[in-house]
Design a protein around this ligand. Structure first.
Ligand SMILES: Nc1ncnc2c1ncn2[C@@H]1O[C@H](COP(=O)(O)OP(=O)(O)OP(=O)(O)O)[C@@H](O)[C@H]1O
Ligand SMILES: [Mg+2]
Length: 359
């Protein structure tokens, strides 16, 4: 899937822009507060229906306007033009894909795979496990068709069980959902384990280039101990769950532990190294996606120059130039990004939320 054309209205400081993109690489330049991140965010938003930097919808709709609108023309791997779009006001969301209305964001996310790397991405390492689960599940969702259904059924049943625990219902009632929880927890666990095993190879070979003297490891933890089944654990820990008012173990507590030289990457490496590592985690995901799905994904890289020193920047650009992705980069100064390795490229300049083509 490639993004060929984008129209954005009333998204942050962007009143209205329309652009045609290059299939390989697009560099967006502009001063601080011009709207560079907002443009990338609008592409991410179309794929995820959420932002990578804000949870508030009101932050996204341009001040003093009623709704935001994003429309994209995409090209599928079969070379079909597929339009998609989203219109969101404060109380209504309309999503269209290929001339049809769709109800769920997962319908559009499955068709329009977008990954992002941005200045806050290092929080994937330092932040809560929720972010690492989201990271892992992006990949599982895109490569394993049955994952989403299992995940949905698991979440629904877990919510029911937790509500019953919270309202102090009897044991038999609370345990009504255990069977379906266990069934789908086991699927989710298998999908995630398989994904991390496969992803590991990509990540470790990238890490060799950047952390050549260091040893990197990534370990998947499923959310409950490996020496007991979840079925047994839910029975064994029922009183604890009841006391807490929620289910303490399961795939909703899964984690991935990243270590450098045996020490947690959360506090054992510098902030710059964390930023490099997160970039590599995303690149590994993109490479794995392309290899397994035999199609491109879109990679948004916000503020690449501000994130890395000259040497690391060159190395990342060299890796990126060999990858099969459609790339969107932002930078303040164009000369900080050397695009000479790409045979096809486009540059844009953003000013006060307006955009013009440079080449
Ligand atoms: N809902 C909104 N309505 C109008 N303007 C907004 C809204 N949300 C954010 N802005 C403004 O949009 C502008 C562009 O922000 P953005 O983060 O996209 O800039 P940028 O080009 O990435 O800058 P930097 O180089 O500093 O990262 C900012 O001035 C911000 O205050
Ligand atoms: Mg920015």
């Amino acid at each position: 899937m490639r993004l060929t054309q984008l129209q954005v209205s009333n998204f942050r400081n962007i009143e209205s822009i329309q652009c045609q993109f290059d299939p390989q690489v697009n560099l967006i330049t502009g001063n601080n507060a011009a709207g560079k991140t907002s443009l990338l965010e609008s592409i991410y938003y179309l794929s995820h229906l959420r932002s990578f930097r804000s949870h508030q919808l009101s932050d996204l709709i341009r001040r003093d306007t009623q709704y935001l609108q994003i429309f994209a023309q995409t090209l599928s791997k079969e070379n079909l033009m597929i339009p998609m779009g989203i219109r969101r006001s404060r109380n209504k969301t309309t999503i269209r894909f290929n001339h049809r209305s769709v109800n769920r964001v997962s319908d559009i996310a499955a068709k329009f795979p977008v990954l992002s790397i941005h200045p806050d991405s290092y929080k994937l390492i330092t932040g809560s496990p929720v972010q690492r689960r989201q990271y892992m599940d992006w990949g599982v969702f895109h490569v394993e068709q049955d994952f989403f259904q299992s995940w949905r059924l698991f979440r629904q049943s877990l919510a029911q069980r937790n509500a019953a625990l919270k309202s102090r219902e009897g044991k038999v009632y609370c345990q009504l959902w255990d069977k379906i929880i266990v069934e789908h927890a086991n699927y989710i666990d298998q999908f995630r384990q398989t994904y991390i095993d496969a992803l590991q190879h990509y990540l470790l070979s990238l890490a060799k280039l950047f952390f050549h003297r260091d040893e990197l490891s990534i370990e998947y933890k499923r959310g409950w101990s490996t020496d007991i089944t979840l079925e047994e654990l839910l029975i064994k820990e029922f009183e604890k769950d009841k006391l807490k008012g929620y289910t303490c173990y399961g795939p909703h507590r899964a984690e991935i532990i990243i270590k450098v030289n045996g020490q947690s990457a959360q506090n054992g490496i510098s902030r710059g190294q964390q930023k490099t590592l997160v970039a590599l985690m995303r690149l590994a995901q993109a490479q794995h996606f392309t290899d397994t799905r035999q199609q491109l994904c879109i990679l948004l890289y916000d503020d690449l120059a501000a994130e890395l020193d000259g040497h690391h920047r060159e190395m990342i650009l060299s890796v990126l130039s060999k990858m099969h992705v459609q790339l969107f980069l932002t930078t303040i100064e164009a000369d900080q990004i050397d695009l000479s390795s790409w045979s096809s490229k486009k540059m844009f300049h953003v000013e006060h939320g307006c955009m013009k083509d440079l080449i």
